[in-house]
Design a protein around this ligand. Structure first.
Ligand SMILES: Cc1cc2nc3c(=O)[nH]c(=O)nc-3n(C[C@H](O)[C@H](O)[C@H](O)COP(=O)(O)OP(=O)(O)OC[C@H]3O[C@@H](n4cnc5c(N)ncnc54)[C@H](O)[C@@H]3O)c2cc1C
Length: 399
């Protein structure tokens, strides 16, 4: 009896199209052939994702999946974005996250900004980093204090950011800052995004950074940044050509971007869990104890069954939420649900996979420990599990 499906999970008939199957299979082939061996080699030594991988992703159009065709992107939807993401995360979550440096830029760009930026992003020439979190503003993003003040024609930015992944290697930063002083009675007002180009591999004058020592999510660095009189031109303010009549528009743009990012994070979680399941299925057929493959013990078989069932249920919800989002339906609460369920599932499943591998699972000789460390992060970034529960409960029990 063959336990491991030779092919990736089949797409439900309601969602399957030739185009979707083609891009999913392309991503899987690339992930298993090119990304997985590199991840196995570089993650244990905290090496950086090689440019070769980035260039191959650019050639396949992966940085422009969500970018409309008129700007040179693939013009596809969140559904296809999640299909590709799951495949990449199955090999290395950091690579599955790299595609968000093109696709996940967030809203608020004016037409002239889109025309200048998006074709380069879609070609993978320019990738960005997102500086939202601060030392004292994580879950509570409305409490950010980084300040952008008018100075002649431009702006001067001062403040501190935390956790800015890829800040050094990025070609531009998206900095979330306040254009008006913090007002406790109107905390969401004045929050805007600034687009700040930079040289890849360094920080511009006015920006200094320190890398944060992480336990996972290797392949790139995550930075604490300080802005000291960072001067940017007037056009750095996103959406400048359509000034907002509502002072909280900037905050809503940030929040809307987070909703797609949460579905993307569910896809990353599911990819990690699938890697753990596939590797476990292989392992239990080879590893023998008590003169039998451990896959013959019911305790192990039931673990595999529960892992598979949990992954399938999260994937089904992800397909539904992504599909609804692509149809233009509001999915804020559903995005939080799938992010919450998939990331919690991913930690459980990768931990069970480590258990199935016994002592071998606790070594860096097998990728299981990487899946587990990276899965742990999915419960924290893009809004913690507790914050997702808060969003969902507010939907059911309005305050
Ligand atoms: C490796 C890594 C990479 C990251 N990359 C980026 C990036 O590129 N750009 C970026 O801007 N950010 C990034 N982040 C930041 C990430 O989004 C934040 O860490 C996350 O939002 C949580 O914020 P915090 O760490 O400040 O935790 P806190 O907000 O201080 O939370 C601490 C604990 O309190 C809980 N808590 C907080 N408020 C509530 C509440 N109201 N109800 C119940 N519980 C609550 C939280 O759930 C958590 O358990 C990254 C983080 C990590 C770890």
């Amino acid at each position: 009896m063959e336990l491991l499906p030779a092919a990736p999970p089949s797409l439900p008939a309601a969602y399957a199209t030739d185009e979707r199957l083609a891009i999913r299979d392309l991503a899987r082939e690339f992930a298993m052939r090119e990304v997985l061996p590199v991840a196995n080699e570089l993650d244990p030594v905290q090496g950086l994702i090689p440019d070769r991988i980035r260039n191959q992703m650019a050639d396949m159009g992966f940085f422009g999946i969500l970018i409309p065709e008129r700007y040179g992107g693939l013009g596809l939807g969140l559904f296809e974005y999640c299909l590709v993401t799951e495949e990449l995360a199955r090999a290395w979550m950091s690579v599955a996250s790299l595609i968000a440096r093109g696709n996940g830029l967030g809203g608020g760009f004016s037409e002239s900004q889109r025309e200048a930026l998006l074709p380069r992003v879609a070609r993978g020439e320019w990738l960005g980093a997102f500086a939202l979190s601060e030392p004292d503003a994580g879950s509570d993003i409305a409490s950010i204090r980084t300040r952008a003040e008018r100075d002649g024609d431009g702006w001067v930015i001062n403040g501190q950011k935390m956790w800015c992944t890829f800040a050094d290697q990025a070609d531009f930063l998206i900095i979330v800052a306040r254009t008006t002083p913090y007002d406790p009675s109107n905390r969401h007002a004045g929050i805007r995004n600034f687009y700040v180009p930079k040289e890849r591999g360094s920080f511009p004058p006015g920006v200094t950074g320190n890398p944060i020592r992480k336990i996972g999510y290797h392949g790139w660095k995550t930075w604490e940044l300080s802005f000291n009189d960072l001067r940017v031109p007037a056009e750095a303010l996103l959406g400048q050509e359509r000034p907002s009549t509502d002072a909280t528009t900037g905050f809503r743009n940030v929040s809307r971007g987070l909703s797609s990012a949460r579905v993307h994070t569910a896809a990353r979680s599911i990819g990690l869990a699938r890697g753990a399941l596939e590797d476990s299925i292989n392992y239990v057929q080879q590893r023998k104890q008590f003169d039998r493959p451990i896959g013959e013990f019911q305790a192990i078989r039931f673990k595999i069954a529960k892992m598979a069932a949990e992954i399938e249920s999260c994937r089904a919800l992800m397909y539904q939420v992504a599909s609804d989002a692509d149809a233009g339906l509001p999915v804020d609460a559903q995005a939080s649900m799938v992010k919450y369920l998939a990331s919690e599932m991913s930690e459980r499943v990768t931990s069970e996979a480590l258990q199935i591998h016994g002592g071998a699972g606790y070594t860096t000789d097998f990728p299981i420990e990487r899946y587990w460390r990276d899965a742990r992060l999915t419960k924290i970034f893009e809004g913690t599990s507790e914050i997702q529960l808060r969003i969902i409960s507010d939907r059911y029990l309005p305050r």
